[in-house]
Ligand binder design. Sequence first.
Ligand SMILES: [Zn+2]
Length: 275
Amino acid sequence: MNDYNEIAQKIKDADAILIGASNGLSITEGLNLFADDEAFENLFRDYKEKYGFRKILDGFFFRWNKQEEKWGFFSRLVNHYSGNYTTSSVMEDLKTIVGDKPYFILTSNGEGHFEMSGFEPQRVYELEGNWIELRCSRLCHDKTYPALPIIRKLAEVEKNGLVSSEFLPKCPVCGAAMDLYNAQPPKQEVQMEWEKFCKDFHNKKIVILELGIGWRNQLIKAPLMRMTANEPHATYITINLGEVYIPDNIKDTSYGLDGYLSDHLNKIKQAMVTK
Ligand SMILES: [Zn+2]
């Protein structure tokens, strides 16, 4: 048996699947927050010239002078990567791999692609929030609101990096500016679902599938490795391009796949459906 067949069997036998995902998955889907690549050049050439941005992330840390300017940038960004999103082949493969099993997803990706691909929102814990929902900037109440209808409108009226103030999202309760949902505090329904998942599948056969997380990541990778060490029937599968790291204490129950996420997931899926 090769690794793919073994992994496929582990997944088939599992009681539940826990997915951890970070930048590597976004990059596989064509969204790179860190690169001055062709996609960045095409979408944000004017921002490179006007503000000196060298990557998408620069826009997240920029001190915008006014809301009209801030929403000009974010509406273009979010509309491009989420407003027009259709489920990618890598997400399709992941859905096939998960099948009907109970699952939970921990991710630092904020583009909302899991939910938009059909994974249930309450089972997707976005530890750094997402950009497909809005919340009151004063946090006068907890509720989040769908961002994409507003984003699409803003992207339509955006001109030279500015949107007209009449279109800016306002809190329906207190009238303050709205912000993209930043996950602080976490959503109660997601937190509850996560605690329930950990309790329900403690001591059970759990497959931990880690997708494109840097080897030193403390937010998601470290807790997943700890969980593997503490759970007697856990299997840990890490897929990464050039950064596969598995500590000695869990190496007997782990698989490390170096290379492109899309290739490895597709091969795991093939191994699952052809048997
Ligand atoms: Zn408010």
